[in-house]
Design a protein around this ligand. Structure first.
Ligand SMILES: [Fe+2]
Length: 393
């Protein structure tokens, strides 16, 4: 691997209220004729996909909607979507929905022109290499959370953990971030996806692979998300809060895609795999406990994080400010209404060993952590999150 830093992103990012209107011109720029839309069933039901359909139909474009998708999808969900796309002989893919829908859309758009199935290309266990670029794709998020619209990561649930396809070919040709699509998101989804976005921002901010560019994006995301997440959750009609969350989530996505995440995501993956806890919720339940552990490795950055979190640091030294930042992360999770200990998810203490054995395998996620993890550290973090115990706050 090169020692130099690179920054990658979708070719185009279109954002702002009403930006879904740009989709037809993007489709037309690829001269696409057979469009397949991968849509979250909940988003179809909520009438949000209709906004996309209106745009496509208004431009005289023909399309087919596929919505046999679920959150935290298993391999079979991806393979069925892939087969449908191949059978339809599509020349363009649109993904619309939460992270899972976008993940499947980007994966199948590429896999449709490569041999084999989803499992052949997984990071941990796959044996094949993607040779073909696949067909063009546009990704449209309907939550402010995963950042999936700007990354090349496609995550799947296995029996007891998760694995992902990550390849630059999966990057969208265009991401369309229209905050209007998030205005009706219910509080609990606004909360869990919003904390996921905050986690992307704070983990990438302290990542060993951070650059001035990713740090600037992460700092902006931490500011916007921390200042707006409570309002967006409890008063979803506040348009300014929704717009800040949409922008914050997208730039947090750009930051973590390039700088990586860390221990929160690594320990959250087995919670999603084993206990089917939604990604954002499992991140939220771990976030303060991980930062309670890693802050001494990154005191300067944690003190700056305190400023981004709008913590009053006037009479605090850097060490105190760093700890105050950890405390504020805990406050946010508590105040958006997410359970703050693992025992509230039906997890038992005896499960910690299995969780830890799985988490230590998530090397892609653990590598950017500013404080390296031993297996014992990981056990300790699950225990802390189970009992609600902190070392410093
Ligand atoms: Fe995430």
């Amino acid at each position: 691997m090169s020692m130099y830093k690179a920054f990658a992103s979708p070719v185009r990012i279109v954002s702002g209220e009403g930006s879904i209107q740009e989709v037809p011109s993007i489709v037309e720029s690829f001269e696409a004729k057979r469009i397949m839309v991968f849509a979250d069933p909940g988003v179809v039901e909520a009438g949000i996909v209709q906004k996309l359909e209106d745009q496509l139909a208004g431009a005289g474009l023909e399309y087919k909607i596929y919505s046999e998708l679920v959150p935290e999808p298993a391999l079979e969900v991806g393979n069925k979507a892939l087969q449908t796309l191949r059978d339809f002989n599509a020349d363009f893919v649109i993904g619309i929905g939460g992270g899972s829908s976008l993940d499947i859309a980007k994966a199948v758009a590429v896999l449709s022109k490569n041999d084999g199935n989803v499992e052949d290309y997984l990071n941990l266990t796959g044996q094949k290499e993607l040779k073909e670029k696949g067909i063009p794709k546009v990704l449209i998020p309907t939550t402010s959370g995963t950042g999936a619209e700007v990354t090349d990561i496609s995550v799947f649930s296995l029996e007891d953990t998760k694995d992902a396809i990550t390849n630059v070919k999966l990057l969208a040709d265009a991401a369309v971030v229209d905050p209007e699509l998030t205005y009706t998101l219910p509080p609990h989804i606004t909360a869990s996806t919003g904390v996921d976005a905050l986690t992307h921002a704070v983990e990438s901010f302290v990542s060993v692979n951070a650059t001035p560019l990713t740090e600037a994006l992460a700092f902006d995301a931490i500011q916007r998300i921390s200042a707006n997440i409570r309002t967006a959750v409890w008063n979803g009609k506040d348009i300014q809060a929704r717009q800040n969350m949409a922008w914050g989530s997208m730039v947090a996505g750009l930051s973590f895609y390039n700088a990586g995440v860390g221990g929160v995501h690594a320990l959250a993956y087995p919670l999603g795999g084993l206990f089917k806890i939604p990604h954002g919720v499992s991140n939220a339940a771990l976030l303060p406990y991980i930062f309670d552990h890693i802050w001494p490795s990154s005191i300067d950055k944690m003190a700056r994080m305190a400023q981004a979190l709008d913590v009053n640091t006037e009479h605090l030294n850097k060490r105190e400010a760093a700890i105050a930042a950890v405390n504020e992360l805990k406050n946010i999770v508590d105040e958006v209404g997410i359970p703050s200990t693992l025992d509230q998810f039906g997890i038992e203490e005896k499960d910690i060993e299995t969780l830890a054995q799985n988490a230590i395998k998530q090397t892609r996620l653990l590598a950017p952590s500013p404080k390296p993890y031993t297996l014992d550290d990981i056990r300790g973090r699950y225990k802390a999150a189970f009992h609600g115990e902190f070392k410093y706050i």
